[in-house]
Design a protein around this ligand. Structure first.
Ligand code: 6R9
Length: 645
């Protein structure tokens, strides 16, 4: 499409940017033609190694294996803290903005060093050691970052579980990782409401024998139950701990963390990332995609429970000695100007958020934005889902005063760092396109027969060779890793996303091609929600699909077939919604529930999701091939009920 809108790099931005088009092209070419030389140079430049590597790259895509900087040793906590101390001890590392607008704190690199070292010693005293797993179930408070870095310091892999997940979801993740310790808070605070984290953790831990320690941060002072043998208050434990904790030397391929994410089948899988490659890619992309320069204030609004928070609140920025802002609250509390008031209060230069937040704020009107100053902003970013051009234009014009470039960044939990995005001083942008691949990233598009497509085309997005922050495994299940990402076709990484490539080589992500939903930028497997629904005594069978939702991007549409003896009703629908919320978390609650006496199935018994998707999307006159249906009347009935809604 040649009539697409284009936004050239603004001249004022280009003049002071780190990287221009010629340099981007030169680096990209070098990274593809001679990856070993390119990545060795970057690894020297960005990280401190206590022992040099023997080999830059190893592994085999066809086997689902990858290894980077083999034989090298480093520590992520040392790289994010200690090595900055000579120059940055008094520089702010983390600006914390609390839920209430008058609540904020600045944590310097020296303080970060002290806090992380003390907590690391507390964990050590409790017997947590290199190779163990520690589960972090925290609100957005600085202690969440301390906890991650303390684990990294002693060589324990962390598994951060989003504070919005239920006790049941937390338990599954603790059990899968066989965590020995949990770090949580008495309560979280978001948008003026308290979240009972310790109570949730207690429920989860009732079924987890591997956990011997639960460290609890006092956030609100709420009364919480206590197990003297297992639980300890964070403030009491660190008060007597030594601030001297030498970082554990870690192999480049030693685990740094596990992060659970939804797939199209089964329970969420623990995506495993290792130390060297992950830290290098997050630092490199943080610098060049966000044009991060010394003294900039960087704000990523994600929660540390998601990969975006790992890579662009904690590891990337801190590896670069940056000042990173961490926000406890929500965009609309106490009012719709909150984001922009925080920008003004802390003079934020680079702002990174999700399209769902942009759409929600766009719906609340321009004035909440325009009455704020925002003149500190230089660059805006988005992540998590495709951004519709209308929201992009609004973000650019209203939030960025038509002055700030926008970087639409495509990546996944499995990719560890951004892989497709504009370099803001180099790349002309087009609203809705994540534009071009970053260094070392070789993309491809496949047709339905797995044949690679040339030139302008649309198909399944694949990656053809390894990059440093690539997923190293699905925790405890290499077979699942192979089968999910590296099996069809062999020898490439299958992203699960569809994309279009235009005549300029720009990529336009169209969304998932599997049974994964993207609700407000959060990944959720339809199978997970179905499994939760059928646990309810009234539900015989359930099928879940996505449908377009104005704010959330996608909404959850559940078809429910009831057990004999139960009647459809609004009350039952509400009960099922809450039930899913309790089983998984509020983000998984169905937006629509349609009761049905049966689900449309093929004669071999497979649910015909394609048809259910069309009905949910109200595309009723174009259902496609229905000839394999066992009982066509089921579909007629579903359509009739849909029309009556
Ligand atoms: C970082 C993150 C990954 C899925 C991914 C894709 C969608 C992410 C996007 C985007 C279009 C973008 N996605 N960024 N789609 N444009 N800029 O979100 O990780 O939670 O694992 O989700 O999100 O569908 O496959 P994760």
């Amino acid at each position: 499409m040649s009539d697409e809108k284009r936004y050239p790099v603004p001249e004022s931005f280009r003049q002071r940017a780190l990287m221009d088009k010629a340099l981007y092209q030169e680096w990209y070419r070098a990274s593809i033609e001679d990856p070993d030389t390119f990545w060795a140079a970057r690894a020297q430049e960005f990280l401190h190694w206590s022992k040099p590597w023997d080999k830059v790259r190893d592994g085999d895509f066809a086997q689902g294996t990858a290894a980077w900087f083999v034989g090298g040793e480093l520590n992520a906590s040392y790289n994010c803290i200690d090595r900055h101390l000579p120059e940055r001890a008094d520089q702010t590392a983390i600006i914390w903005e609390g839920d209430e607008p008058d609540d904020s704190r600045h944590i310097t690199y020296a303080e970060l060093h002290e806090q992380v070292s003390k907590l690391a010693n507390v964990l050590k005293q409790r017997g947590v050691k290199k190779g163990d797993r520690v589960c972090i179930y925290m609100p957005m408070i600085p202690e969440a970052a301390y906890a991650m870095l303390a684990c990294a310091r002693i060589g324990a892999a962390h598994s951060v579980v989003f504070g919005g997940f239920s006790p049941e979801a937390l338990k599954d993740r603790i059990l899968n990782a066989e965590a020995s310790a949990v770090i949580t808070a008495d309560e979280g605070v978001r948008g003026g409401r308290n979240v009972p984290l310790k109570t949730n953790a207690d429920k989860a831990l009732a079924g987890c024998d591997s956990v011997h320690t639960c460290v609890v941060v006092r956030r609100t002072g709420a009364d919480v139950a206590w197990d003297d043998k297992r639980d300890l208050w964070y403030h009491e434990a660190v008060a007597t701990a030594s601030a001297d904790c030498p970082p554990e030397p870690m192999g480049a391929e030693d685990p740094l963390f596990i992060l659970y994410t939804s797939g199209s089948t089964g329970k969420p899988k623990g995506v495993l990332h290792t130390t060297g490659g992950y830290l290098l890619s997050t630092a490199l992309t943080h610098k060049y995609v966000f044009d991060y320069q010394d003294g900039d204030i960087f704000w990523c609004t994600a929660d540390v429970g998601w990969v975006t928070g790992h890579s662009y609140i904690v590891y990337g920025p801190l590896a670069n000695g940056a000042t990173t802002l961490m926000f406890e609250g929500v965009p609309t509390y106490p009012d719709a100007s909150r984001f922009w008031n925080v920008v003004d209060k802390h003079k934020v230069n680079i702002f990174y958020t999700a399209p769902t937040a942009i759409r929600a704020l766009m719906g609340l009107g321009d004035e909440a934005v325009t009455k704020t100053d925002r003149s500190s902003l230089r660059l805006l970013g988005t992540v998590g889902e495709p951004i519709n051009p209308e929201a992009w234009e609004w973000y650019h014009r209203v939030v960025g005063d038509s002055r700030c470039p926008i970087v639409d960044t495509w990546w996944q939990t499995e990719t560890g760092s951004i892989l497709i995005a504009p370099i803001p001083g180099a790349t002309e942008t087009k609203p809705g396109s994540a534009t071009l691949p970053l260094f070392g990233v070789q993309l491809g598009l496949l047709d339905p027969n797995d044949k690679e497509l040339d030139g302008a085309a649309a198909g399944n997005l694949i990656i053809k060779s390894s990059w440093p922050s690539q997923i190293r495994g699905v925790y405890g299940d290499h077979a699942r890793m192979l089968e999910t990402y590296f099996a069809t076709p062999k020898g490439v990484y299958f992203t699960g996303d569809g994309a279009r490539r235009d005549e300029d080589g720009y990529y336009w992500i169209t969304g998932r091609v599997d049974d994964v939903l993207n609700i407000s930028g959060h990944r959720m497997g339809t199978a997970e929600i179905e499994s939760a629904l059928v646990l309810h005594e009234a539900v015989a069978e359930a099928a879940v699909v996505g449908y377009p939702h104005d704010i959330k991007g996608q909404g959850v549409y559940a078809y429910v077939d009831l057990m004999a003896g139960f009647e459809p009703s609004d009350a039952l629908a509400a009960e099922l919604r809450d039930f899913v919320g309790k089983e998984i978390g509020a983000i998984a609650k169905p937006d629509m529930i349609q009761f049905t006496p049966a689900l449309p199935k093929t004669r071999s018994g497979k649910i015909m999701r394609r048809i259910l998707r069309k009905i949910a999307c109200n595309e009723l006159d174009n259902l496609g091939d229905t000839s394999t249906l066992a009982d066509p009347s089921v579909v007629e009935q579903l359509i009739e009920e849909r029309l009556n809604r």
